[in-house]
Write a protein that binds this ligand. Structure first.
Ligand code: HAM
Length: 422
């Protein structure tokens, strides 16, 4: 036998037993977003590399070491999208959706980052992202967070914590950056190698260090909050007031800086402790500078993205799996007449019961083997049709879940009986 080829490390198949839960999650998210007036946009999975360099930032982990970048046959540098915001802004600008308009958009699909794979962290993963353009906030910031809170409620997810911070405007951050560089330079001997490197390139990221030996020096560092303008502080205060009024609790996390450079003012993450190290299931914030940075006019923008693998892992701990649709009826057919009448009957049932999930047995075989397949399909009922039954205009109906008795019913009554039972 030829050697089998394996999937790429960090990239997973989503198997048929798992897709119902994915469809359930995606369906609920789609429903909630529709109810808030958000429209779906679909962007290509591949973009010019330059797009991500200019938006996510040259000195972020994503751009420095995680992108799937390659040269195409024309010699252009292309990249598999590591996230959706950059592509969404690019598409919005290119198609005239952003200038002088407000847009509430969402997208879904695979993203690619060459990270070290572990539980909850993959090289191909899936996001549903939401972006709102042309709204200064903080009302729209609040709306986005309320959407996420509603989602958790409707999905039955508990124990998620909302962490909130403000990063101020680009100017405010630039001033704060200078203050921070001065501080860390004064404490140079307490910095690890990574942080010394970041002191030049991206000093704010030092605050995000996971190195316990640096906890002290980071804890004592000046905070951005002390260097924000009245307007930024007011924006943040209003958002917090809105969350308080809506009864959405949050934790202020001044160390929340995010791994992408485009943020300004509001940033937030929804975090759980049920998933181990990769506990952020949803993250986002405001990025008022990005549209201009990508060649548009200055435009307010805010959004977030959820990691679907992580939400699925959480859903698996709830009773959501019990709400998934199962097969209603498995049709067993014995004999040539029964086979042809059965196929026809299945179509008639599908005409009158559009929600019926019906499997018609294919591939022949005796009664026993067909019945085994019916059982394995997890169907709630089996319908049994033989040549004799066809002659009498009858069909057997047997509940498969609770060992119920088989009943003989009129073929012409079957649709009505199923409609009552299901
Ligand atoms: P992000 O924080 O990079 O933000 O990713 C958002 C979410 O995607 C994370 O919270 C996590 O749930 C999931 N995620 C990220 N990387 C992985 C991975 N390697 N494996 C599994 N899940 C992962 C963004 O992508 C921004 N575009 C969000 C945004 C939209 N900000 C404004 N608008």
């Amino acid at each position: 036998m030829a050697k089998q080829i394996q999937a790429i490390r960090g990239m997973k198949d989503i198997l048929p037993q798992q897709t119902p839960l994915w469809q359930y999650l995606e369906g609920r998210v789609r429903s909630v977003l529709g109810r808030y007036g958000y429209d779906e946009i679909r962007m290509p999975i591949v973009e010019m590399t330059e797009l991500f360099k200019r938006s996510i930032g040259e000195v972020t982990d994503i751009v420095e070491k995680e992108m799937y970048t390659f040269e195409d046959r024309n010699g252009d540098s292309l990249t598999l999208r590591p996230e959706g915001t950059a592509g969404c802004v690019r598409a919005g600008l290119e198609n005239g959706l952003i200038f002088n308009q407000t847009q509430r958009l969402w997208y879904q699909g695979p993203m690619f980052r060459h990270e070290r794979p572990q539980k909850g962290r993959y090289r191909q993963f899936h996001q549903i992202g939401v972006e709102a353009f042309g709204l200064e906030g903080p009302d729209i910031d609040l709306e986005l967070i309320l959407i996420t809170a509603r989602l958790w409620k409707e999905l039955g997810l508990q124990g998620l914590e909302l962490q909130l911070n403000t990063l101020g405007t680009a100017d405010e951050r630039a001033r704060y950056r200078d203050v921070l560089v001065d501080y860390f330079q004064d404490h140079h001997n307490q910095l690890d190698e990574d942080s010394r490197r970041r002191l030049e390139s991206n000093p704010l990221r030092i605050l995000d260090t996971k190195n316990p030996e640096m906890a002290e020096v980071v804890a004592q560092a000046p905070t951005l909050m002390e260097h924000l303008s009245e307007t930024s502080l007011d924006h943040f205060a209003q958002l917090r007031q809105g969350l308080d009024s809506a009864g959405v609790s949050y934790v202020l996390n001044p160390r929340l800086v995010r791994g992408l450079d485009y943020y300004s003012r509001t940033v937030f993450e929804w975090v759980t402790d049920q998933l181990g190290a990769q506990g952020t299931v949803c993250a986002g914030g405001r990025y008022d500078g990005l549209v201009e940075q990508l060649g548009g006019r200055p435009t307010s923008a805010v959004g977030f993205a959820m990691g679907l693998e992580r939400l699925i892992a959480l859903l698996e701990t709830t009773d959501a799996t019990q709400q998934l649709p199962t097969v209603d009826l498995y049709l067993i057919m014995m004999g040539e007449t029964a086979k042809s009448r059965g196929m026809q009957l299945a179509e008639e049932l599908r005409d009158v019961l559009p929600d019926l999930r019906l499997i018609s047995h294919c591939g022949g075989g005796g009664f026993k083997s067909q019945f085994k397949k019916a059982d394995k399909s997890q169907a709630r009922y089996a319908a049994i049709l033989g040549d004799d039954e066809v002659a009498k205009g009858e069909i057997g109906l047997k509940p498969l879940r609770d060992n119920g008795e088989q009943q003989q019913v009129k073929i012409s009554d079957l649709a009505g009986i199923l409609a009552d039972k299901l």
